[in-house]
Design a protein around this ligand. Structure first.
Ligand code: BES
Ligand code: MN
Ligand code: ZN
Length: 501
């Protein structure tokens, strides 16, 4: 994490802090904590609000200085939107706005009271966790490759945020939520760092090195790497058909975290698409925005983030992360449209389009991980442009072969506001994948591209409970705020935490 967090109780006017952050609802309606502060400081807030400069829309911010009877240098009022209607959206906006303005201010620490804002929709734990996640998101920077000397000067002055709760009895629960928030935010930052790293650095071998590094940091984390020769030898013909078109050898990376103390506990297995650059191969992509295909390992990056978060929290669970890492390039060894390959499952695949490479590396990895006897398998992949057509950049696509897993993911999605939307996996769609020459083709006839991709994968996941997340539209942002988002680390962590109780 980039700053320190802690949990406390206490009256705002008494805090000796660089900044007191108080929630205020729309049209100047005071939250109870802001009301108490107002009374103790001779109606300082009502007097200011009466001037009408502060609307209290979610994310509005105003600073007040020199308040008599307050022990702090600054007061920051943060708009929370309409009273009685505080939900995730507005809370996130408020938390992020506060963090950004604190970072720009002269304060080095803050007493943040936003989690005391009244909300029927949000629990205290949700608010505390989101304060940490939104703040860390606001503070995140990826400037490893910017050599400008000003970077030194830009170093963060703001170092400490104390999260206030109303009652003593709430502090233990809030501390747990805070630690979860920190682990999730750190996991997102790791996922973003990996995905933002340029593709001339972030190749399959580099990802393997990052996995080994993570493994050395946590005693209960075991990392193994299969190299390209082993991938070929084991019979993963589909995986190899992708990696052999690049000078960079493919890697199948597994990270096993077992915090249960029992060897026999069946694991949740997370499978990440780790295409470190997707040119399309011989079915080459057009040049526009091709740089963004460095993010085609966003699924793998999120698996790294989740494994790190589980290890950091020392959760009593068994989780395996499996990364299918390869570079999709059109060199002399590349697969051709029309090639037929044999998968680890024994099924043959006709490669009609080498740009449908994600499902090729994934299908063999989904077969390989059967050796862990998984309790549930979730794969995470920037799999189809069609998913952006269907859901834009708002929701990840979700398809599953098991109602319980699907419902648990949908619930987790609502609890942490990391949106997913389910698409149907009816067998009608499998018709579109028929091949004249092999058991299955790697692309479907036109229409429903996200579903036919999932349908292809479903032929390799029949032996276990499985869900697929298509994060093509949500793993990164384009244009001026180009960069990885760290999604769906929050969703997966909420799902995993939900499996524990
Ligand atoms: N990595 C891409 C999917 C993608 C494209 C994600 C653009 C985000 C933005 C994937 O490997 C791919 O190329 N998919 C093809 C599949 C098609 C050939 C059936 C696609 O979506 O066009
Ligand atoms: Mn592709
Ligand atoms: Zn791809």
């Amino acid at each position: 994490m980039s700053i320190d967090y802690s949990v406390k109780t206490g009256r705002p006017e008494k805090q000796r802090s660089g900044c007191i952050v108080l929630p205020v609802f729309k049209d100047g309606e005071l939250s109870s904590i802001a009301g108490a502060f107002d009374q103790m400081t001779g109606e300082s807030l009502s007097t200011f609000l009466a001037r009408g400069d502060f609307r209290g829309e979610a994310g509005d911010v105003a600073f007040l200085y020199d308040i008599a009877r307050a022990a702090s240098d600054r007061i920051m009022l943060v708009g929370m939107g309409e009273k009685g209607k505080l939900g995730f959206r507005d809370f996130k906006k408020a938390a992020a706005a506060a963090a950004i303005r604190l970072d720009q201010s002269g304060a080095t620490d803050a007493a943040n009271y936003l989690a005391t804002a009244e909300s029927e929709a949000l629990s205290l734990a949700q608010k505390v966790r989101e304060l940490v996640i939104s703040s860390e998101n606001a503070f995140y920077k990826f400037d490893t490759y910017q050599t400008s000397k000003d970077n030194d000067k830009k170093r963060r002055k703001f170092r400490r945020m104390t999260l206030f709760v109303t009652r003593r009895a709430e502090t233990a629960a809030a501390e747990t939520a805070m630690q979860q928030g920190v682990a999730i935010a750190d996991g997102m930052a790791l996922a973003k760092d990996l995905a933002n790293t340029p593709p001339n650095v972030c190749n399959p071998s580099w990802l393997a090195t990052q996995a080994r590094k993570l493994g050395r940091k946590h005693r209960k984390l075991k990392v193994e790497v299969l190299d390209e020769k082993q991938i070929e030898k084991l019979g993963m013909g589909a995986f190899h058909a992708v990696s052999k078109g690049s000078k960079q050898p493919g890697k199948l990376i597994t990270m096993e975290y077992n915090g249960t103390g029992k060897k026999t506990a069946k694991p949740i297995v997370l499978v990440g698409k780790g295409i470190t650059f997707d040119t399309g191969g011989i079915s080459i992509k057009p040049s526009a925005k091709m740089d963004e295909m460095k993010f085609d390992m966003g699924g793998a990056a999120s698996v790294f983030g989740v494994i790190q978060a589980c290890a950091q929290l020392e959760l009593p669970i068994h989780v395996v992360g499996a990364i299918a890492a390869a570079e999709n390039m059109p060199d002399g060894g590349a697969s051709r449209p029309g090639d037929i390959v044999k998968t680890l499952s024994g099924q043959t695949v006709e490669i009609l389009n080498t740009d449908a490479e994600g499902r090729l590396v994934l299908c063999d990895t989904l077969t390989y991980i059967k050796k862990y006897e998984p309790e549930t398998v979730i794969d995470i992949a920037t799999l189809t442009g069609a998913c952006i057509v269907a859901l834009g950049h708002v929701a990840s696509g979700m398809l599953c072969n098991d109602r319980e897993v699907g419902d648990a993911l949908l619930e987790a999605s609502r609890n942490i506001d990391d949106r997913i939307w389910e698409l149907p996996l009816w067998d009608d769609y499998a018709e579109q994948l028929k091949s004249n020459f092999a058991d299955v083709a790697n692309i479907g006839s036109p229409g429903a591209g996200t579903i036919t991709a999932a349908s292809f994968l479903s032929k390799f996941t029949e032996d276990y409970r499985w869900a697929h997340l298509d994060i093509a539209g949500t793993a990164w942002k384009s244009n001026s705020d180009k960069g990885a988002t760290g999604r769906p680390v929050p969703l997966l962590m909420e799902y995993i935490l939900g499996q524990m109780d």
